[in-house]
Ligand binder design. Structure first.
Ligand SMILES: C[S@@+](CC[C@H](N)C(=O)[O-])C[C@H]1O[C@@H](n2cnc3c(N)ncnc32)[C@H](O)[C@@H]1O
Length: 294
């Protein structure tokens, strides 16, 4: 097992070269392991399994500073397994960008590593642009866009996560005064921006697979994504860019693209680019991401 782990680590070594210390170092079957995912957050490993049995052999691994474990689907915070206790938030780096991670924050630790390449792509296209980051969570997309030179607006239904987002901006010495962090429901704000005729060069749509807004309205990808695209497209500047992404496993890339097209008046007028998952995600290709340019 440890040899197989060493091979998985060696394959990821090139990813660490450019200021990245947060990555998936084991991705289930993609690395020859059944039911095992490991993410490395600056030496603190988060080991995730779906079943009850745990990879006890990891106690013999020399590399990690600490190991925490989490059962996928349980919606509970990681629990300590070995090494140092990580009780306080700490910083990881992704392509030189700093993000705050918190193992005691609950089920999610502050960043979704599978969006790394999309965050970098956004940063590269951001100079001089306005970016609306919907479902912002800890504003990782926003931080990346701001560092690329965009004026950003982050929208989320959680004040707690928006505060975390502000801290991510501050960690990267981004002037908070030049950016917005708006608390509220995405659907309401998209309507509000449309009424004010406000436009954006880039709109990011990476929602959860299921959510309930403050008035109890339910959103699912199947029932709500086309409408979300319709509302977002209205806000786009003439040659604007829309980013659509979902981790819903039951949807094929083609089915997700069809949902996106259902929200566009003339899909043929858009250039569509499918973005693959980052190379450390060697297992199931569950994340579907499209960049659309009018
Ligand atoms: C899976 S995360 C989104 C991931 C995020 N795009 C990223 O790159 O890290 C879900 C986020 O959507 C927010 N959210 C869920 N429903 C919402 C709604 N109706 N309006 C605004 N934010 C919402 C949650 O508070 C949470 O922060």
């Amino acid at each position: 097992m440890l040899e197989k782990l060493a091979r998985a680590l060696a394959k990821r070594e090139p990813l660490r070269a450019n200021g990245t210390d947060a990555l998936r170092i084991v991705d289930g079957r993609g690395d020859g392991f059944d039911d095992l995912e490991i993410e490395d957050f600056a030496g603190n490993w988060l080991v995730q399994t779906r079943g009850e049995s745990f990879a006890e052999w990891l106690r013999d691994a020399k590399e990690p500073r600490s190991i925490y474990r989490k059962k996928l689907g349980d919606k509970t915070a990681p629990v300590w397994f070995s090494g140092e206790k990580v009780d306080a938030p700490f910083v990881v780096h992704e392509n030189g960008v700093r993000y705050e991670i918190d193992f005691s924050a609950g089920y999610s630790q502050g960043i979704f590593l599978d969006q790394r390449d999309n965050r970098r792509a956004l940063r590269e296209m951001a100079r001089g642009k306005t970016v609306l980051n919907c479902f912002a969570y800890t504003c990782a997309f926003g931080t990346s866009a701001a560092l690329g030179g965009a004026a950003t607006v982050n929208l989320d239904l959680s004040k707690h996560y928006l505060d975390w987002g502000r801290r991510n901006y501050a960690l990267n010495n981004v002037d908070l005064a030049a950016h917005d962090f708006i608390f509220g429901d995405v659907a309401n704000w998209l309507e509000r921006f449309a009424r004010k005729r406000r436009t954006f060069d880039i709109v990011i749509l990476d929602p959860p697979t299921f959510s309930r807004n403050d008035k109890g309205r339910v959103f699912t990808i199947e029932s709500g994504f086309a409408e979300l695209v319709r509302a977002a497209a209205k806000l786009l500047a003439p040659s604007g860019t829309l980013f659509c992404s979902t981790n819903q496993r039951s949807l094929s890339p083609a089915a997700f693209r069809n949902l996106i097209f259902a929200g566009l008046d003339s899909p043929e007028r858009w250039r569509v680019m499918h973005a693959p998952m980052p190379p450390d995600f060697r297992g199931e290709q569950y994340l579907k991401s499209f960049w659309l340019r009018r």
